[in-house]
Write a protein that binds this ligand. Structure first.
Ligand SMILES: [Cu+2]
Length: 219
């Protein structure tokens, strides 16, 4: 509740301030003499900026919808994230495809249906390296049954691709973005490994697009 009322108050200040600026466009001297003026004068600029950003985001959002037909937007990093491992009539997948945590954040993989693993693309798992340099291999082993979980804490910033051992070739592959890494410096975001089947390469390509977009790296 305190946040809500603060937000409302700031919005109201913004609106009042904005109106004041328009009204006082020709006599700004009044504002600098007003003891409460500094707060009011700074707010309209912020609001205007926010509105511009909002409009820009909306355009990007609708572009995204056209391309994919559903909302793939990746959120901001948080301290913990949950990824469901799911078998449906349509096949197997991780949900969400791209999870995001802060550096030091923990991702919990929750088996919802079927039997799955969450296994890092790491040489330690006999895989090409699609994780940051210097990280350790992680592998949940086979999780069966409803509610089985595996968690991993990510101490190194970067993009991590991982797969489900039984379902890799049908595209059960996901990504974790840790922190705010530079998209140009990620092993994971280079061209998908050439020795992988086309279905795997294609899925990794899709994940790379989603990760690049989440990191603001679009051409
Ligand atoms: Cu699976």
């Amino acid at each position: 509740m305190p946040n809500d009322s603060l937000y409302t108050r700031r919005r109201m200040l913004g609106l009042t301030g904005g109106a004041a600026v328009i009204g006082l466009a020709g006599c700004t001297g009044t504002q600098t003499n007003d003891p409460g003026g500094s707060e009011a004068t700074s707010t309209p600029a912020e609001d205007q900026h926010d509105e511009e950003e909002g409009g820009h985001d909306d355009e990007e959002g609708s572009h995204d919808d056209d391309e994919h037909g559903h909302d793939d937007a990746v959120g901001e990093p948080t301290d913990t994230a949950e990824v469901a491992m799911v078998t449906t009539d349509d096949g197997e997948h991780f949900e969400p495809h791209v999870a995001r945590v802060n550096v030091g954040g923990t991702v919990t993989f929750v088996n919802e249906s079927g039997s799955h693993t969450a296994t890092a693309y790491h040489p330690g798992n006999d895989q090409p390296q699609l994780v940051p340099d210097g990280t350790t291999a992680w592998d949940s082993g086979l999780l069966s049954g409803d509610g089985a979980t595996f968690e991993h804490t990510f101490e190194t910033e970067g993009v991590y691709h991982y797969y489900c051992a039984p379902h890799e070739t049908v595209g059960m592959i996901g990504s974790v973005i840790v922190g705010e890494p530079d998209a140009h410096e990620q092993r994971a975001l280079e061209d998908p490994p050439e020795d992988k089947p086309e279905s795997v390469r294609e899925k990794i390509g899709e994940l790379n697009e989603m990760c690049n977009e989440a990191l603001g790296h679009t051409h």
